[in-house]
Design a protein around this ligand. Structure first.
Ligand SMILES: Nc1ncnc2c1ncn2[C@@H]1O[C@H](COP(=O)(O)OP(=O)(O)OP(=O)(O)O)[C@@H](O)[C@H]1O
Ligand SMILES: [Mg+2]
Length: 515
């Protein structure tokens, strides 16, 4: 046979469309051409495949070799096509029999014929499972692929091993080869895979830090509970060392675990970004805290590979932006779209891609450049102009999208050194029941309610209505501001187990949305 066809997939945002690697060995002067919109790194595959074949003890066929990556209009990136090209060459040159069932193959080859891990395989494995294709992946990707519960995935360390899997009759495979946990994955990988299979209660993850570690800061703690219960965004403002970062790190401990469907989606995004979800934390909500010097591409996504950014990695979890005014203004402005829609659109060589980015924003900042404006312990050394400039780095529209703004003042030393901290009773349980209440009544958390949904579930008493009208005028609230206030009121009422938003709920919402 001088023609072969091996399956693989490319990666487009969160999609993994099928690619047929067609290969023909013809007569003529020796040549090796790859067509079908390959990126330069895919074209370089020729050199890796040639060396890997020879160093694995195979023959490199002489003649005119043409590789076509179909469909041609899809762009192909990365080293993942090395393995399908090499296997295609072995089949087309008669060194390997055609497989009996449909296989998808992935992996970058080293010159010695070793198989190296590639990104995005969790997503590819999910798609392959759906259509019933078997999989051959680098052993180092075994744990990630096993999370997809694919029952015919095989891990290989080398080209030779991969070729063995491709032709082995199912009956010839060792009994423990098939099944979750890519076969041949190294011991550590296979262990991780077994422990982390979705829904496996055996996986243990380290405990998350508790709210009870934080002394004082009652308002900020309450704001965190409200944020967790309703999916609201929060900005904490206070002097250095008052506990802002410490508080933010305690939000994940208040949030319920991801559902199975959410966990799959989160793992898919992580996989595309080349980051593997830790098996033990499979259903834990992501907590991403990018540094303010990170590039716009790193935070919102994009670049030549259209990789998801931090905001997509924080999907269904928390995005913590510490030192908010230090972030590039353009980065902050680009958060406006995802904060409103839960989606991020990135432009990429002629195409537009939409990635999920339904994150909960938690931000922290000092009140001024020196950090001590309004501090009881230390005088502020800033000029009014520098304070103004500092605050203006966060635009009005961005600020308007943040549901709560609370002060986190310096904690008196007495409170800090006290042996025990008085903390709210089981805050995670309060959060859980408030969320369940809202999800069963409206189908979404308060912060994600549409305007009609909001109307349906935010009925106010006459006194509540009067309070809302007077505070809107006093605070100069925007239309969005009014809606956000009602959403906050709704969450606070849910935390109290109240069906209606009563004036005290609204009053608390107003104090949490300090202008
Ligand atoms: N309220 C608090 N309760 C207990 N420990 C605290 C509290 N505030 C500060 N600390 C201690 O101080 C350390 C620094 O706090 P943290 O990093 O949260 O401050 P910050 O407000 O984020 O400061 P910065 O503005 O400089 O980033 C904490 O790791 C903790 O040890
Ligand atoms: Mg901090």
């Amino acid at each position: 046979m001088s023609l072969s066809r091996v399956l693989s997939r490319t990666q487009l945002g969160l999609d993994a469309p099928l690619v047929q690697v067609e290969l023909h060995v013809g007569r003529g002067l020796p040549a090796f051409t790859i067509v079908g919109l390959p990126a330069p790194v895919v074209r370089e595959s020729r050199e890796r495949v040639r060396a890997a074949l020879l160093n694995s003890g195979y023959e490199f066929p002489s003649g005119r070799i043409t590789v076509n990556l179909a469909p041609v209009e899809l762009s192909k990136q990365g080293g993942r096509f090395d393995l399908p090209i090499a296997l295609g060459l072995l089949i087309a040159s008669g060194q390997l029999a055609s497989p009996r069932r449909a296989f998808e193959c992935y992996g970058e080859l080293g010159l010695a014929g070793d198989l190296r891990p590639v990104s995005g395989l969790f997503l590819a494995a999910l798609h392959a499972r759906e259509v019933g294709h078997a999989l051959i992946v680098p052993a180092a990707n075994g744990a990630e692929v096993a999370l997809s519960s694919h029952d015919a995935a095989y891990g290989a360390h080398s080209l030779r091993e991969a070729a063995g899997w491709l032709t082995a009759h199912p009956a010839d495979r060792p009994p423990d080869a098939a099944g979750a946990g890519a076969a041949g994955a190294d011991a550590a990988g296979a262990d991780a895979a077994g422990a982390g299979a979705p829904g496996d209660a055996g996986a243990v993850a380290a405990a998350l830090p508790a709210l009870a570690d934080v002394a004082g800061q009652w308002q900020a703690k309450r704001a965190l509970i409200v944020a967790a219960a309703g999916g609201h965004s929060l900005l904490m403002i206070g002097p250095p060392g008052s506990g802002k970062s410490m508080l933010a790190a305690r939000l994940p401990g208040l949030l319920p675990p991801l559902t199975q469907a959410e966990a799959l989606e989160v793992a898919g995004i992580a996989s595309v970004a080349g980051w593997q979800r830790d098996a033990g934390c499979w259903n834990r909500r992501p907590f991403r805290a990018p540094h303010h010097t990170a590039s716009a591409n790193a935070i919102v996504g994009g670049g030549t590979l259209a990789r998801p950014g931090e905001i997509s990695l924080a999907h269904q979890g928390v995005l913590f932006l510490d030192e908010l005014p230090e972030f590039d203004r353009r980065v902050l402005e680009s958060l406006r779209e995802p904060l409103e829609t839960g989606l991020m659109t990135i432009a990429r060589a002629g195409a537009r891609l939409t990635l999920p980015a339904q994150f909960q924003l938690i931000a922290a900042m000092n009140p001024c450049p020196c950090g001590h404006l309004g501090d009881t312990g230390k005088a502020c050394s800033c000029t009014p102009a520098s304070i103004e400039r500092y605050r203006q780095r966060i635009s009005g529209p961005v600020l308007d999208r943040i549901d709560m703004r609370v002060e986190v003042p310096r904690v008196p030393v007495d409170e800090l050194v006290q042996a025990t901290v008085a903390a709210p009773d089981d805050p995670a349980a309060q959060v859980r029941s408030a969320r369940e209440r809202r999800l069963s009544a409206s189908g979404a958390l308060s912060a994600r309610l549409s305007a009609p949904q909001l109307k349906a579930c935010c009925t106010l008493s006459a006194a509540g209505d009067r309070l809302l009208r007077s505070s809107c005028q006093r605070l100069g609230l925007s239309g969005r501001g009014v809606h956000r206030l009602l959403m906050l009121g709704r969450t606070i009422a849910d935390l109290e187990g109240s069906e209606h938003i009563e004036p005290p709920h609204l009053a608390e919402a107003i104090t949490l949305r300090r202008p």
